[in-house]
Write a protein that binds this ligand. Sequence first.
Ligand SMILES: CC(=O)N[C@H]1[C@@H](OP(=O)(O)OP(=O)(O)OC[C@H]2O[C@@H](n3ccc(=O)[nH]c3=O)[C@H](O)[C@@H]2O)O[C@H](CO)[C@@H](O)[C@@H]1O
Ligand SMILES: C=C(OP(=O)(O)O)C(=O)O
Length: 421
Amino acid sequence: MDRILIRGGVPLRGTVEISGAKNAALPIMAASLLTNEPLQLHNVPDLADIASMQRLLQHLGVSATYVAGEPGGIVLHAPEILSDTAPYDLVRKMRASVLVLGPLVARTGQARVSLPGGCAIGPRPIDLHLMGLERLGATIELVEGYVQARAPQGLKGAEIRLPQPSVGATENLMMAAALAKGATVIAGAAREPEIVDLADCLNAMGAKITGAGTSFIEIEGVPALHGAVHRIIPDRIEAGTYAMAAAITGGRIVLGNARLDFFGAAKEVLEEAGMMLEETDDGLVAGLADGGLRGTDAMTRPFPGFATDLQAQFMALMCVADGAAMITETIFENRFMHVPELARLGARINVHGASALVRGVKELKGAPVMATDLRASVSLVLAGLAAKGQTEINRIYHLDRGYERLEEKLGAVGAQIERVP
Ligand SMILES: CC(=O)N[C@H]1[C@@H](OP(=O)(O)OP(=O)(O)OC[C@H]2O[C@@H](n3ccc(=O)[nH]c3=O)[C@H](O)[C@@H]2O)O[C@H](CO)[C@@H](O)[C@@H]1O
Ligand SMILES: C=C(OP(=O)(O)O)C(=O)O
């Protein structure tokens, strides 16, 4: 199994190009199931999760061809649906597979999707996806680990209230409602930039969706969607990760294609912690401001709050800040798996329920550590970049789910990092 070796202590300088957003590309790829015409996508990142979604879509009848000479250019085409079943083997590797449920039932009137099960960061139920589909008139049954959704007469527009803003449920329901008869409102919708990107793509395909980016989304169903050309937004989590990589090493880098308005509350939190973030004509300049890093509290919230997908990276940053930071995770039950690994590098962290108290130390020291999930893994990369000596990160397949060419991008801004078999 591959490992990553890092020799820390080099301030990062230079430019990193930010890739297309994994969490925007995955639902948008699933949207290709909604039409029998080709959907041409640009800026799709080259990631293990994208390959997993492609495999699942292929199984369902979607062909994928690459746009010649353009990395990130893919044409997805589902002239007809060949299977209505998303099997366990394909779904268990990636939770976002559940995003085919809404589109499949909307297009064919039926779908069987394996329940994704929990993962390292928590149980992650899909009850809100199912409640919303029932409101749209689907009957839902659980049979042998599979969710079976049926709407032989087609889906019907409805008012759906989400008791908490789920990103995946909002996406699944927006896609399903796009082809339902009549009007749907989703109240209490999630407001993440990836939801706006999906709505933009669906509207380019002929859907009638307004209000994406607010907690009240209205969808006027249409009888059919058509093909479209769409460019995926830049990855705000990748951008935030590299911004913190620059700061933790005392460096400054330019993030090409990054958008500061996608940072939400992370902008203020990172600035309070001693970072500078400035939009320039060349890109977003990010790194350590003139003073040092300061212990700063953060609480994860749905967008525009501080993203849970940046919590582990921020914790790594706070490990070497001056003073203490209280980091509270409110989205997922078990998203502190990085704590014992950061402790192996010399971090001082105490977890009390959903909060972690991080007391900054002068220096981290390299050690072998184990990656447990995507963002936990990259927090160890950040800590390794700051640590004295060598850090060896094992189980790095998690990183390949969400970071395109990580070693190459970090190496180009001066990091001493290599992947070894
Ligand atoms: C592929 C993708 O885009 N993944 C992102 C998406 O995951 P995902 O869409 O799975 O996350 P959700 O927004 O749905 O989850 C938010 C919270 O709602 C709960 N919940 C969700 C659905 C449901 O039916 N019932 C329920 O109780 C979850 O357990 C969690 O506590 O948003 C998360 C929160 O920003 C991010 O960390 C993930 O990176
Ligand atoms: C938790 C994440 O992804 P997923 O929802 O696909 O597990 C993530 O991107 O950090």
